[in-house]
Design a protein around this ligand. Structure first.
Ligand code: SF4
Ligand code: SF4
Length: 321
């Protein structure tokens, strides 16, 4: 492990604030990202549209010219259970993402107060939504917090069901871990085979315009002609298929663990067959905020379309209607 005194101090406070791990890289450690990003656009030209929608992932140095280092934080969702009714319908990493009242969760405001008290200028956390301060998966891999696997998700030793946060700071420091993970098996393609829409058509390569997770969130449920509705199975928001198929995610039984927020209570209510009984206000207050910024309040009709598609799939597949 490579570390500086300030790096160790930041790490200690991050752990006290509920995070599972923390790594810190120099701002210059991200220099290779632009090239990698361009290669991705060249390899999958149709992904440019997606990245334009998401925002400026490449411009970290330009957005924060004063930044000297980047602090990366991981939080693992595996300590929680996930209600059976939500499994296969709502992506776990969205619904377990954040609840400021969760005692087992992480505390970004507390960490930000400590940065301020310590005289460290810090920007990031949940300040910029999903765009954050740049490509957190790439940055976190540079900090030795884990690795990006063939399904493009970032894995720690606990698997891919984690969330990442990043802060750019105005101090020079470093804390780089040694990665101890076993890479993907050369012949393993379980994640690709689990992808019903063939969005994950090659290792590390995804066509976002074929991804169920994209169309049930940012894509506003406007499914293009090249996808059929059965590829969406019962997914109402997001898709976990390529993560659930992965052997590195099989350590946790989602039916066990701590309960999270009001998920147990809300789960039976938001089954697709109950959507017709739910008001827009209910969906805006109870479902949209659980999508980790992937859906907005104005997108309730897209959520309803997703639920209707899921219900049709269930009816035709399990009830023969
Ligand atoms: S999230 Fe779903 S649709 Fe997207 S690549 Fe993974 S398995 Fe395929
Ligand atoms: S399913 Fe296999 S190839 Fe895909 S991410 Fe997991 S280990 Fe890697």
């Amino acid at each position: 492990m490579k570390k500086t005194d300030l790096g160790t101090e930041i790490y200690d406070h991050a752990i006290q604030c509920g995070f599972d791990n923390c790594g810190i890289i120099s701002i210059d450690a991200i220099n290779g990202f632009k090239e990698l990003f361009q290669k991705r656009i060249n390899d999958v030209p149709q992904s440019k549209f997606f990245y334009d929608t998401v925002g400026d992932l490449q411009g970290t140095k330009e957005r924060f010219p004063w930044a000297k280092s980047i602090v990366l934080l991981t939080f693992n969702f595996g300590k929680f259970r996930y209600p059976k009714e939500l499994q296969g319908r709502y992506a776990k990493a969205f619904f377990l993402h954040a609840d400021k009242n969760c005692k087992s969760g992480f505390d970004l405001p507390r960490l930000e107060q400590w940065f301020a008290k310590r005289g460290i200028r810090a920007e990031g956390g949940d300040q910029f939504g999903h765009i954050s301060v740049g490509s957190l998966r790439y940055f976190a891999a540079k900090a030795g917090l884990g690795m990006i696997r063939k399904n493009n998700f970032f894995y720690t030793e606990n698997g891919s069901y984690n969330t990442l946060f990043g802060y750019v700071i105005d101090k020079e420091c470093e804390l780089i871990h040694d990665v101890k993970l076993v890479p993907c098996g050369e012949k393993c393609d379980l994640c690709q085979r689990a992808c019903k829409s063939k969005a994950l058509y090659s290792p590390y390569t995804i066509d976002p315009l074929k991804c169920v997770s994209y169309w049930t969130t940012f894509g506003n449920s406007d499914i293009p002609e090249w996808l059929s509705s059965d590829m969406f199975e019962e997914w109402v928001c997001g898709c976990d298929n390529c993560q659930d198929a992965c052997p590195h995610n099989r350590r946790h039984d989602w039916n066990t663990g701590e309960s999270f927020s009001n998920l147990d209570e809300i789960a039976p209510l938001i089954l697709p067959n109950n959507y017709e009984n739910l008001s827009d206000e209910f969906l805006i207050e109870q479902v949209i905020p659980k999508t980790a910024d992937h859906m907005q309040k104005s997108e309730v009709s897209a959520l309803r379309k997703n639920a209707k598609r899921a219900l049709n799939y269930h009816s035709t597949t399990y009830e023969g209607k």
